[in-house]
Ligand binder design. Structure first.
Ligand SMILES: N[C@@H](CCC(=O)N[C@@H](CS)C(=O)NCC(=O)O)C(=O)O
Length: 204
């Protein structure tokens, strides 16, 4: 059994989508960031960076417990443990890694910067706009890609889709204009969101 410490942010959703889609049994341990529950000594012992998500897999490799933070590390851990969402064909893997990294290391951190800048006390409109524009540019490229192929890295669902969906859902909720008017992204997102595992995962 896995304990998943998370909240309904893009990073929290990424980890929970991974567990649901990979079919791994887990117990959700909700962490209320507004109450500082990620800063308690117990939480810091699991992740000194004071960030969700974190998992504790009581039955890790070799039967030993594993504590792991970083939503994309958790996503890859789940994919490896379940044998799902990473193609076995080595020729198909580079495209998956590239799409995964764009979703996890471009889209999500820029959204974090956008959201932080927008909510700041002395918010600086041009900075907020700069982050919004950068996000939009990434999604315009995703729109072209998703016009040529069904999913983020080809014609099957991979870890890249699971990662991108988490970022997309947060952006759609907080700043829908960034992803508006992109028909292929919308088609992909509708299909991904209709998956029962995703529906279970995004209800925090
Ligand atoms: N790179 C990390 C980022 C994790 C992260 O930024 N978590 C945020 C929530 S999305 C958090 O816990 N922030 C703590 C805070 O707001 O103080 C990951 O992918 O897991």
């Amino acid at each position: 059994m896995i304990d998943l410490y998370a909240a309904g942010t893009s990073n929290g959703m990424r980890a929970r989508i991974a567990h649901e889609e990979c079919g791994l049994p887990y117990t959700l341990k909700p962490v209320d960031l507004t109450k500082g529950e990620h800063k308690t000594p117990q939480f810091l012992a699991m992740n000194p960076n004071a960030q969700i998500p974190v998992i504790v897999d009581h039955d890790g490799p070799g039967g030993k417990p594993v504590t792991l933070s970083q939503s994309t590390a958790i996503l890859l851990y789940c994919a490896e443990k379940s044998g799902k969402f990473m193609p076995k064909d080595p020729a198909a893997r580079p495209a998956v890694l590239q799409a995964l990294m764009c979703a996890s290391t471009d889209v999500t951190p820029i959204f974090g910067s956008f959201f932080g800048a927008k909510r700041a006390k002395d918010s600086h409109a041009p900075t907020v706009q700069m982050f919004a524009d950068r996000l939009r540019e990434f999604f315009k490229v995703w729109d072209v890609q998703l016009g040529k192929q069904k999913y983020a890295a080809g014609n099957e669902v991979t870890v890249a889709d699971l990662s991108l969906l988490a970022g997309y859902l947060r952006i759609k909720g907080a700043a829908p204009e960034i992803v508006e008017g992109l028909p292929n992204v919308a088609r992909w997102a509708d299909e991904m969101q209709a998956r029962p595992a995703v529906q279970r995962a995004i209800k925090f």
